[in-house]
Ligand binder design. Sequence first.
Ligand code: 5AD
Ligand code: SF4
Length: 479
Amino acid sequence: MCPPRVRKRAWNQARRARRSAQGSRLSLAKKLCIKTYGCQMNVYDSGRMADLLAPLGYDTTEDAAEADLVILNTCHIREKAAEKVYSDVGRLRDLRAERNARGGGGLTIAVAGCVAQAEGAEIMRRAPAVDLVVGPQAYHRLPELIARAHRSKGEALDTDFPVDSKFDHLPQQHRVEGSAAFLTIQEGCDKFCTFCVVPYTRGAETSRPVGAVLAEARHLAGLGAQEITLLGQNVNAYHGEAPDGGAPWSLARLAAALAEIPGLARIRYTTSHPRDMDDTLIAAHGRLPQLMPFLHLPVQSGSDRILDQMNRRHTADDYRQVIAKLRAARPDIALSSDFIVGFPGESERDFQATLDLVTEIGFAQAYSFKYSPRPGTPASMMADSLPEEVKSERLARLQAAIAEGQRRFNEACVGRILPVLFDRPGRRPGQLVGRSPYMHAVHAEVPAHLSGRILDVVIDSAHPNSLGGHLADPAEAAA
Ligand code: 5AD
Ligand code: SF4
């Protein structure tokens, strides 16, 4: 699950990419609607699918009612997300029937993403309205699959993990939204946490070669990206093929090379595993000013017993130590995390250990979820599942503790001078909105012509999800 603030930005970026793809449309434009669920990786993938289909004449729309092709880019991480797909397919089926009754054009329904990967054949069986199913590793084959679906329905299912990387077949990204861009550098996961479907839906850990990543980053910087978020399910396990055929590069080494790219002022990466937070990466946070002092590092639970049952292969103390080292390397670093409550067998004492960890670390923000058993995962076979009311009650307590941490962090920003990347108009005239190093939206009176600049802002107000401030150097407004 991705942080909503990141997701909103990612969604805008994908939408822009799709819009810009319209430039290359053929005269007989067809309409494509992509609905994206789940993480920022899916948002990135949706943008790439739109780029891929633009040369086939697909113009994008947000409105399924006017689309010739609808792609549901799905998420399988929790039950609710997966079930939504079937209700959306039902709505699209009705739309198609209505259109047919009116003698209108056809509607092709495609299911992509992690539900497609996990339940491809099941989708074809349970939802016959679906014309084609494509897994996250095979979407570069969409044009061929669409043609196949139009010829004969029922054959267009591709959930392979092809040996040839999809990245070798995708066009370059077209445009950068608001000075920020996403770049997938790693996919899949070999960690096999017992609750998680990712190792099954996204497959084994693979890293894109360093040369391809640097080329895409330079391209994005050339398009105006000042901030790049490196994406991967287990991004800090990155080990990309070296440009010179030498030993694979780590994320720390990659970040150092990215920091050399002119114009790239900010580098982020997400999502990471505590076990892969090695000393070189921690040291990079101290050495590279471009690495933003904000890290999403999921811990899931504060109880060693539960962490063991989750197969996290670290203890709560290991996590504390990583945080202590990060803070020593980069004292202004802020942290974010993911938590699961109500894992099978979680006692009140285990849960209390999670609450204690939240209070002790002081997260700037965090995401918390009720445990949801996923088919085929080891945890789904575990006894001692907890009643829904217990999960809900714990979730509410945890969220209150997280909100308190976030409030404190935001308030502690008041009086600080933070560099803000301004890239959007504010709600009020004369205002721009930008992003702090900590992903806050920051509102300030800034002339519109300074959009796209990183400016020092004195923070003078804190809100639950945003900050307000004024330019540290008023002369800048006149510049
Ligand atoms: N139930 C609840 N939350 C889950 N997550 C992953 N799998 C599950 C599950 N089965 C959460 C974890 C992970 C985030 C992306 O989603 O906290 O870090
Ligand atoms: Fe899932 Fe664990 Fe891999 Fe994260 S590290 S993607 S939670 S298996």
